[in-house]
Structure formats: structure tokens, C-alpha cells
Design a protein around this ligand. Structure first.
Ligand SMILES: [Zn+2]
Length: 627
């Protein structure tokens, strides 16, 4: 067990959450599409020095890759704003109010005048070359577990376009995600253990969800973590998606920094200096006698790493070695796939014999305390780039201990080198938009309607008679504020909760476009079920029809509908027919065929029977046929 206090662990979080509102600066819906785009546009990114301000290392490294970009748009859910062919429209009111709500929930100080800024982005993920961002509030605090954590800033910004394909140096982006509102909340760097980081992240996620206006599912919330230890460096790990494992990322990074500091101390003890590392040169070593297949026909080159014996193979994160960090730099800076080094079992991995290893060491002038790195690359210029620019560069950084850099979260709690730390000169004012004025009345209105806390919701919903299960499902659901409003207006709590949490989900599963129904339309629908005009058995069927014909009113949808209830005998008849049709499936899959049969039977009965009637009948038939 690492004593995090002793190593001086300090961490902060930056949490990004997509909002389930309209797009931030145009009036398009925020819908991700998986169908074919209506239009594809090709662009080349060009950056002027005035936009870059001071030379920004991160921007330059990206720009040197010279990408062409393709953008996929949709005629109905993206517009000229996403293509940067039209100026931005005013900020989405709903999104702004949600961020203000979160600012008030975290006791932050809201600015009266909020200027919109442009943040340089040149990886092509923004058609304009910048991302719009606005700082909304500062200096708040939250309670996470036993701890009070400072909230430094709360901003609202546009999400980027999402990459859909990378091929031969050309990246294709889909514009559906571009412009989706993102709230960005940054805590103070005052989290001192991995567990404190996890608690804070969970608490922030919960506060966001209380608003009922956040997107749900993988990729809709993203955290960047800043981690440092005493003597180390403030390292930013970008793109952690898995909240449950967030403590692992902190743990692994703290350990990485501690081991890199040990490596630094060991190198100094051995008498290594930056000068002694950087004076080494790449040397061609010829072909291997009996290499593994993937190395056949490849020329080997190498470089000496003075005083690095045993250190290149040192594990700095689970299953990642210092040599892996060298390889990260090689991959980011050149197109090469990787490197080989003297701390590896060269014979087993590559077919390099002990004799060849000795010969290589000899030609590279490697002494007992040294290590060496090899690369299989026929182009001598490229081999030189890999070994002298990428490997030697990272090796020399070992004498700094922990190099300043931005890292990318990997799936297993580890991280890899992403890019140098971005410079500070990356923002300038958005000239197409007036600063946003936050009116006192707006703040007062939001204050009056702040969402209940999780605990208060539990109490209230229980008092309303909801079962334990429904309370759990509803309390952080996006429908919670809507649910409360309906119950306050006389709707039955349990029936309403079941409708919002179960009936809608079931209808969606059966193909109803429930997401396209507005809250007002849902209210009208529930009103009809309340008065008995819509029978429970036909709810899903009618939801399907209602959501597919938005121009029709609910009255028109249900008028003239035959909504009698099928008898148990009729249901059994239909289910039998479905069963006979699928006999083979049942024989092959047994119980696993249940849901398929269930769906088919529901479809045939077109909503004239309840799910329970059908599942009872199906169970009966399956039971009979078992014998
Ligand atoms: Zn648009």
C-alpha cells in the first residue's frame, strides 16, 4: 500500500459532460447518426501565426502532420454553422440555464457578463479551427464523502466533431456531435488520494444528473485528471471515460512518477548526464541472420543509451516499461510501429541471437552499465529520426524525472504519451458573438427552481408511495423534474413513474420513436391514460403511432382505434401460432428464445394484449412442450 500523503499526491479533476439540449450556437438537434451522411466536404487546415500567437508546441506538432480533413453532414440535423459557412447564432437558452443551475448547485460565483472565446484546435475536429468556450462561474465548492472540494471554474463549450475514419493521413469527421453543449467543471488540485478523486468524480456526475438535462451512456461524460507527486510534475491524463476506475488512473500515474524519480536518481548515481546521452549517434547494424517473419528483409539500426542497463525494462505502470514510453514517442513522432531494446528477451521476441546481440553491443560501444535500442527500418534517414529524435529525446528526459506532457487514458488505468503540454496562448475573443448578459431575474428564477438533492428526492418519492426500486430508478433520471411536476399536478406517482421508466422504454424497444416526443406531448398522452381513454394494454402500440406521426394530435391518434382487449384464449391461440413457426429456434436455443417469441407475439397482437398476458401464455406453452 502506497502512502499517498508521504509521496505528496495532489490531484484535480476536469469533468466534461454533454448536455441533452439543442446545439450551443445553432438550432440543430444533438443527435448522433449512424446512417449515411447527406454531404461530404473536403478541407485542408491552414493556420496563421496570428491565430497561434506565440509558437505553441502542441499546435506545431499537430500541424506538422499535414492532414486533409473530410466532414460528413446531414441535411436535417446539421446546418451551415457546423460547416463554418454561417456565423454562430445566440447561445442555446436551455444549455446556458443548465450550466447556471450547476453553478448555483455548487455555490459558485456566476459572472454577470460572459464573453465567448475561441480556443485553437487544429486537429481538424472543429471545422473553424477553434472551439467556442465561455467561462460562466468560479470559486464554488462541493462535498464529496467527508471532504469539501473547491470548484475552480465552470465553463460551457462546444463539443468537437467525432472522427469516423482515419485512412492514409486523411481523417474523416462526422459533424453530428460538433456544437453539442458541454459543461466543463474543474476542481481545485486538492484531492490527496485516489479514493478522494473517485468520490469527487462520482459526486460531480451526480450533481450534473440532478438537472435532468445530461446525456447518458458511454462517451457522454469524460474526465481529465491532473496528478502530481512531490518532485514530480503536474501531468494531465485526458479522456478517462470509466468513472468506476478513475482511482486506478490516479494510482498508476502516482506510481509512474515515483518510479521515474527513482530512475532519475539511479542515472545520476551512475554518473549519467544529458550531454552523455545526447552525444550518441545512430549506427547501421545490418541484417539479422534468422529473424522472425515480421523482421525479414529489414535492416537493423541501433543507438547506445549510456548508464541505462536494466532501466529500459523497468516496469513503470502495470505491464508498461520505460521502453514502452520510448516507443510511445516513436509512434507519435514517426509512423514507426515500435522499438526493440537490450532489456528484452531479444532471441524470443525477434530472433536476435546472443551472438548478434554481443556484436551489436560491440559496434555501438556499449559498456556494462549501458543499454541499447534497435529499430528495424530500411530508410536510414527515418531510422536516424526514430533513434536520435524520439528515443534519445525521451531518454534524456529521464534526467528531469517526470517530463512535462499531456497523456492519454488507456483502457486499463494506464496512460500513454499524447503531446507536449499546450502553451497558454491558445484563446482569443469570439468576434461574431456579443458577451452573454446573465440577468438577475434569470438567476432568481433558477434559484427558485433548483432541483432537489438526491436525499430529498428519496424522501419525497417514498412519501408519494413509490417502491424502493422505482425511487432508485427515478431519483437521478432525466425525467425526475418532469415526474415531480406531473405528480404535483395531480398525476398518480407510481403510475407516472412506471410509465416514464418502463412503458416508454418498452415502447422504444418495440420501435417507437419516443425520444421525438416533447414533454408536453407525453403529458397529453398520460392525461388520456389517466382518464381511461387509453387502455394500459394499448399504450405501447399507440405510443408508436403517436411518435411516428408528430403532426397528428393525441386525440386524432386514438380516435377510431379498436382498443378492445384480447381474451386469454385469443392470446394463447396467437402465441401457439408464433411458437409453431419458431419451433426450430426454440429447439436450438431453449429458454434463450423467449424474448424473440415474446416480441413476435406482441407484434402479432398489435397491442391488444398486455405483456403479462403474452408472457404467461408463452411460459405455459414452453412448459407444456418441455415434457
Ligand atoms: Zn446546426
Amino acid at each position: 500500500m502506497v502512502d499517498y500523503k508521504k509521496i505528496g499526491l495532489k490531484a484535480g479533476l476536469e469533468v466534461h459532460q454533454q448536455l441533452d439540449t439543442g446545439k450551443l450556437f445553432c438550432r440543430c438537434k444533438t443527435i448522433l447518426r449512424d446512417d449515411a451522411p447527406g454531404l461530404v466536404t473536403k478541407r485542408f487546415m491552414r493556420v496563421t501565426t496570428s491565430e497561434l500567437g506565440e509558437m505553441d508546441q502542441a499546435a506545431l506538432e499537430e500541424f506538422k502532420k499535414k492532414h486533409a480533413f473530410f466532414y460528413e453532414s446531414f441535411f436535417d440535423t446539421t446546418c451551415e454553422v457546423e460547416l463554418d459557412e454561417a456565423p454562430p447564432k445566440s447561445i442555446d437558452k436551455n444549455a446556458l440555464e443548465t450550466v447556471l443551475e450547476i453553478a448555483l448547485l455548487t455555490n459558485s460565483r456566476v459572472f454577470e457578463k460572459i464573453p465567448v472565446m475561441r480556443k485553437i484546435v487544429i486537429d481538424g475536429s472543429n471545422t473553424s479551427g477553434f472551439q467556442r468556450t465561455a467561462l460562466v462561474a468560479v470559486n464554488g465548492k462541493i462535498k464529496a464523502g467527508e471532504k469539501t472540494v473547491g470548484v475552480q471554474t465552470i465553463a460551457i463549450e462546444e463539443d468537437s466533431a467525432r472522427p469516423s475514419e482515419k485512412k492514409d493521413g486523411a481523417v474523416t469527421y462526422r459533424l453530428d456531435r460538433l456544437g453539442t453543449p458541454l459543461i466543463e467543471l474543474a476542481t481545485a488540485p486538492e484531492l490527496f488520494t485516489p479514493l478522494e478523486v473517485k468520490n469527487a468524480a462520482l459526486e460531480i456526475g451526480k450533481i450534473f444528473r440532478l438537472t435532468g438535462k445530461t446525456k447518458r451512456g458511454l462517451g457522454t461524460i469524460r474526465q481529465d485528471i491532473n496528478v502530481s507527486i512531490t518532485g514530480g510534475q503536474r501531468i494531465e491524463i485526458k479522456g478517462v471515460q470509466d468513472l468506476q476506475n478513475i482511482d486506478k488512473y490516479v494510482e498508476h500515474e502516482a506510481n509512474r512518477q515515483a518510479i521515474l524519480l527513482e530512475i532519475k536518481a539511479e542515472l545520476e548515481k551512475r554518473g549519467c548526464t544529458t550531454q552523455k546521452i545526447l552525444e550518441n549517434k545512430m549506427a547501421p547494424l545490418g541484417m539479422l541472420e534468422n529473424p522472425k517473419d515480421f523482421l525479414k528483409g529489414k535492416k537493423i539500426s541501433g543507438i547506445r543509451l549510456p548508464f541505462f542497463a536494466g532501466l529500459v525494462g523497468k516496469e513503470i505502470q502495470p505491464l508498461r516499461r520505460l521502453g514502452t514510453e520510448f516507443a510511445d514517442h516513436v509512434r507519435k513522432k514517426t509512423a514507426a510501429k515500435g522499438i526493440m531494446h537490450s532489456d528484452e528477451n531479444l532471441e524470443q521476441a525477434y530472433g536476435i541471437t546472443e551472438k548478434e546481440k554481443q556484436a551489436f553491443a560491440h559496434s555501438l560501444g556499449v559498456a556494462e552499465k549501458d543499454a541499447f535500442v534497435l529499430v528495424a527500418e530500411n530508410d536510414a534517414q527515418k531510422a536516424k529520426e526514430i533513434l536520435e529524435e524520439a528515443v534519445l529525446f525521451r531518454a534524456a528526459q529521464c534526467l528531469e524525472g517526470v517530463p512535462k506532457e499531456t497523456r492519454e487514458a488507456l483502457d486499463d488505468g494506464n496512460s500513454s504519451y499524447l503531446r507536449p503540454i499546450p502553451g497558454a496562448a491558445r484563446m482569443y475573443p469570439e468576434t461574431d458573438l456579443e458577451p452573454i448578459n446573465v440577468k438577475k431575474e434569470t438567476i432568481e428564477k433558477i434559484k427558485k427552481n433548483l432541483p432537489l438533492s438526491e436525499e430529498d428526492r428519496e424522501k419525497l418519492y417514498t412519501a408519494w408511495g413509490l417502491s424502493r426500486k422505482l425511487v432508485e430508478q427515478m431519483k437521478l433520471n432525466n425525467y425526475a423534474p418532469f415526474f415531480e411536476e406531473l405528480v404535483k399536478n395531480g398525476f398518480n406517482a407510481t403510475k407516472t413513474a412506471v410509465f416514464l421508466l418502463e412503458t416508454l422504454v418498452e415502447a422504444k424497444r418495440l420501435g417507437a420513436k419516443t425520444d421525438s416526443l416533447s414533454r408536453e406531448q407525453l403529458r397529453q398522452f398520460m392525461e388520456k391514460t389517466r382518464t381511461g381513454e387509453i387502455k394500459p394494454e394499448v399504450e405501447t402500440e399507440l405510443l408508436k403511432e403517436f411518435s411516428e406521426n408528430p403532426q397528428k394530435s393525441i386525440g386524432e391518434t386514438i380516435s377510431g382505434k379498436k382498443i378492445e382487449h384480447a381474451s386469454d384464449a385469443e392470446v394463447l391461440e396467437t402465441v401457439k401460432r408464433v411458437f409453431e413457426k419458431n419451433r426450430q429456434l426454440v429447439e436450438a436455443k431453449g429458454q434463450a428464445a423467449f424474448s424473440a417469441l415474446m416480441g413476435d407475439a406482441m407484434q402479432e397482437l398489435k397491442g391488444h394484449a398486455s405483456g403479462k398476458q403474452v408472457s404467461d401464455a408463452l411460459k405455459k406453452i414452453l412448459e407444456e412442450n418441455k415434457k
